[in-house]
Design a protein around this ligand. Structure first.
Ligand SMILES: [Zn+2]
Length: 134
């Protein structure tokens, strides 16, 4: 069975990955227009300023939308079936895609409160995931 694929990283996303290894979820905030930004970028998508700062997110949010995956072609993910892939809207307003873990997939619903948890996939890559708020 192949290993799960790991996301590519860039030099400017290193703070994000370092924080994730430490159990912290970082997003960016524009120093000029103050909008929160996710995914990591070099330039603010709202105003074009190159003044994005890293800030720690609350790690709280709600499920914006989700899908329960019950079948897929042979891959490293088969052992996880069924699993949930979701778009989570963080309290800061940005949305990120992640798995919803530690849950009964039949009990999930849109707007369900969730909180971040972390899954180490390698020495370098720890992925933010979400679980129902406790
Ligand atoms: Zn901006």
């Amino acid at each position: 069975m192949p290993a799960k694929p790991l996301p590519p990283t860039d030099p400017w996303t290193e703070p994000y990955w370092t924080a994730a290894r430490q159990g912290k979820l970082l997003i960016q905030r524009c120093k000029t227009c103050h909008h929160y930004v996710f995914y990591p970028r070099l330039v603010c998508p709202h105003c074009g300023a190159d003044a994005l700062a890293w800030v720690e997110a609350t790690g709280k949010g709600v499920i914006y939308t989700y899908s329960v995956v019950t079948n897929n072609p042979p891959s490293a993910f088969m052992a996880d079936l069924p699993f949930v892939i979701a778009v989570v809207q963080l309290a800061e307003g940005v949305r990120m895609m992640a798995n919803i873990v530690d849950c009964d997939s039949a009990a999930l619903h849109c707007d369900m409160p969730v909180e971040v948890t972390f899954e180490a996939r390698s020495d370098e890559i720890t992925l933010p995931q979400f679980r129902p708020q406790r």
